[in-house]
Design a protein around this ligand. Structure first.
Ligand code: IPM
Ligand code: MN
Length: 358
């Protein structure tokens, strides 16, 4: 039995999570697996109900689950809440509370989607690499932080601090090298070592850890150069390992190479239960319209089956169902092309479900 805690969250979160949930139920029936699924509140919906984006009870439930699944959090409705209680704080506390320090974001162009990329088709066709983003350290969590008043009364001062320690860099570097061993045996470490001390340490530790993986090639890129290389020739990458902040930015950039951010799943793994979530946000502008792309959410289920439950074949079946659905020409608005079948979020979910049994 596999115990899953779902956090549908805010905006389009509940819509895409609903499709993921239908898929999990269908997988249970088709492959004779038992999933025990519970739900809780995270983000804005939890603020509305409990006055906090993640309650200690919800975190405890997450820690006790075999895997945690999340839709998306946030929205303009909560823009004016106390910054320490923003919806995003709940997500950050959940990642931290689960010890989920390695965020794996596969960037894969599925089927014919190279055609709809804003880049030339030949630049992105067959693209397949993974961003390994450090998730529980760096400037997102570093101290000191805060806003204080300037002594001379001329305004305020906002402070955030990029901090990385040797053990934090070591464990994320190991994840990247281990993953590269199962793929193309090439790691690109991304930093800003020409300017930042935290990056100089990052580079030094990555080089040190690399000694244990002589069968994997390692190269280093500065983050600005890497942002350019992603557009110039993204197929040079196999596994990219980087900090929390750089990984956040580069993964949105990389998402567009695949056609739409609505296509990108992610897994955050570490000490305890892993966390699965689409890379996209809560998209409040299209929430409730049943037009969001559920494929990132569905592919996040595939990652859960693979990483948390070791159900490789079932995970593969989900991916195949997605590729087949795309090949049949079913497209949500974000990946729509002339001559294809435009479908809603729930229709796309149904199509994938149908193809899973086929
Ligand atoms: C992401 C998101 C989050 C992040 C936000 C919502 C806190 O942008 O998962 O990439 O910055 O990590
Ligand atoms: Mn992001």
């Amino acid at each position: 039995m596999y115990k899953i805690l779902l956090f549908p969250g805010d905006g389009i979160g509940p819509e895409v999570t609903e499709q993921a949930l239908r898929l999990i139920r269908k997988i249970g029936e088709s492959f004779h697996l038992v999933f025990e699924i519970e739900e809780d509140l995270l983000g804005g919906c939890s603020i509305d109900r409990h006055g906090a984006p993640l309650t200690p009870e919800a975190l405890k439930r997450a820690q006790n689950a075999d895997a945690v699944y999340l839709g998306a959090v946030g929205g303009p409705k909560w823009d004016d809440v106390d910054p320490s209680l923003r919806p995003e704080k709940g997500l950050l506390a959940l990642r931290k509370g689960l010890g989920a320090f390695a965020n794996l974001r596969p960037v894969k162009v599925l089927g014919d989607l190279a055609r709809i990329s804003t880049l030339k088709e030949e630049v992105v066709r067959g693209l397949d690499f993974v961003i390994v983003r450090e998730l529980t350290g760096g400037i997102y969590f570093g101290e000191p932080r805060g806003i204080s008043t300037l002594a001379d009364g001329r305004g305020e001062k906002g402070i955030n601090t990029e901090v990385y320690t040797t053990p934090e860099i070591e464990r994320i570097a190991r994840k990247a090298f281990e993953l590269a061993r199962r793929r193309g045996r090439k790691v690109t470490s991304v930093d800003k070592a020409n300017v930042l001390e935290s990056s100089r340490l990052w580079r030094k530790v990555v080089v040190e850890v690399h000694k244990d993986y002589p069968d994997v090639t390692l190269d280093h890129r500065y983050v600005d150069d890497c942002a350019m290389q992603l557009i110039r020739n993204p197929r040079q990458f196999d596994v990219m390992v980087t900090t929390n902040m750089f990984g956040d930015i580069l993964s949105d950039e990389a998402a567009m190479l695949t056609g739409s951010i609505g296509m990108l799943p992610s897994a955050s793994v570490g000490a305890g239960a892993a966390l699965y979530e689409p890379v996209h946000g809560s998209a409040p502008d299209i929430a409730g319209k049943n037009i969001a792309n559920p494929l990132a959410a569905i592919l996040s289920v595939a990652m859960m089956l693979e990483y948390s439950f070791n159900l490789h074949e079932v995970a593969h079946a989900v991916e195949k169902a997605v590729v087949k659905t795309l090949a049949e020409g079913f497209r949500t608005a974000d990946i729509f092309e002339q001559g294809m079948n435009r479908v809603s979020c729930s229709d796309m979910g149904s199509r994938v479900l149908h193809n899973l049994s086929a």
